[in-house]
Design a protein around this ligand. Structure first.
Ligand code: FES
Length: 157
């Protein structure tokens, strides 16, 4: 087994808990803050752990030109929000909507199973902000109203 695979297995087992990328995004989160006059703002929370994430989007010609976030939550929630902002910056709204929590986890080189729900929160924050943008554009959209666990979204929490 290579070092990378071994590390991944350790992360999955909860040994070493977090990858270097998670630690990096936790210690030095990208795109923290808020955007004045944002085109879309979304806030989501997990009722079980009480963590809250707020995402701000600046959108021009359907492209996310800027994104900022504020997260009141655990280290994994900070790292996943940070990575999510990196993944959607420069993408079109439709591309950003396709960003799954799995993509965030992969980009962070994995998360311990007990922390996967934190990445779901990041995905939901992006969707909530995009929905707000679409609503402001006059489109009808359903609210993100996840209270943490009907399982309908396929999340593991
Ligand atoms: Fe709540 Fe991480 S423990 S989002």
């Amino acid at each position: 087994m290579g070092i990378k695979q071994e590390k991944q297995v350790n992360i999955e087992r909860g040994v070493n808990m977090y990858s270097d990328k998670v630690m990096d995004h936790f210690s030095n989160p990208r795109n923290v803050g808020e955007i004045e006059n944002a085109d879309g703002v979304g806030q989501v929370g997990n009722s079980k752990c009480g963590d809250i994430m707020k995402m701000y989007l600046k959108i021009e010609d359907d492209v996310i030109v800027d994104v900022k976030f504020k997260t009141f939550g655990c280290g994994a929630a900070v790292a996943t929000s940070s990575m999510a902002t990196e993944l959607i910056k420069g993408k079109t709204v439709e591309e950003a909507l396709k960003m799954s929590n799995k993509a965030v986890v992969e980009a962070l080189d994995g998360l311990p199973p007990a922390k996967l729900h934190c990445s779901v929160l990041a995905e939901e924050a992006v969707i909530a902000a995009i929905n707000d943008y679409k609503r402001k554009q006059g489109h009808e959209v359903e609210d993100v109203d996840c209270q943490g666990c009907c399982g309908g979204c396929g999340s593991t929490r």
